[in-house]
Design a protein around this ligand. Structure first.
Ligand SMILES: [Zn+2]
Length: 236
């Protein structure tokens, strides 16, 4: 097999941390508790993203700055780009946040995808996220989901083969497609799909239940499962 026939895999982790840069700490005076919850950070995902990057292997782009400052997984015009902590800042400060934290990250991911495509590779972009077990009193009945755009045949086929492979390796988890969010909703992969066609780019968000990955041993197991089942590493 010609190595260049294999896709270029890129791992990203937009909500990897809950850091507040010192110059914006005043906005987050009363937010210590919130910052430690799913609202401030995707709990449990960074070690999984790092293990995926190491074992596949694949480059990893991530941000440790809290999504409550600016959400890297939203479009610049999304109503929830900023949170209740950052949304009322003056225009100039919000623009500064975008130019320091938002645009550099979005640009780095876009450039990594573009460079691989220009080099003749098909890109599989895996954006790793976690979701809270209970939202507004409702328990979510799933463990691990792949989010993709059903209007993109290659991306859809990749995700279907991937989920089938995961289920055959570990049948104890509840797998879903496009839950608890739709893959075509606003987000980083959705933005990249508008720039790169299905033949060149597959953008997949992995959503993992936070309660499942509270323990390090389980995080390692889940990362191994995701890496082993990815169709592009098994030669299919
Ligand atoms: Zn997330």
């Amino acid at each position: 097999v010609c190595p260049d026939a294999r896709p270029f895999v890129l791992i990203t982790c937009e909500h990897a941390g809950n850091r507040v840069p010192p110059r914006y700490r005043a906005c987050f005076r009363d937010a210590d508790e919130v910052l430690r919850t799913h609202r401030g950070v995707d709990l449990g995902v960074f070690p999984i993203a790092a293990q995926l990057a190491e074992t596949l292997p694949a480059p990893l782009l991530f941000s440790r700055t809290t999504r409550l400052l600016v959400d890297l997984n939203r479009s610049p015009d999304a109503p929830d780009l900023f949170s209740e902590y950052s949304g009322n800042l003056p225009d100039t400060v919000r623009e500064e946040i975008l130019s320091r934290y938002y645009f550099p990250y979005r640009r780095a991911v876009t450039q990594a995808v573009e460079a691989a495509i220009l080099a003749g590779r098909r890109v599989v972009h895996i954006s790793v996220h976690s979701f809270t077990d209970v939202l507004r009193g409702r328990t979510r009945e799933l463990d691990l989901a792949l989010l993709f755009d059903p209007a993109r045949p290659a991306e859809t086929s990749l995700c279907e083969r991937w989920l089938a492979a995961m289920a055959s390796i570990d049948g104890t988890l509840r797998y879903r497609k496009n839950e608890p969010y739709a893959g075509a909703d606003d987000g980083l992969t959705t933005a990249l799909r508008t720039m790169f066609p299905d033949v060149s780019y597959a953008g997949v968000e992995i959503e993992i239940r936070q309660g499942l990955i509270a323990r390090a041993s389980v995080r390692r197991r889940i990362a191994r499962l995701i890496a082993r089942s990815l169709p592009v590493t098994t030669g299919s």
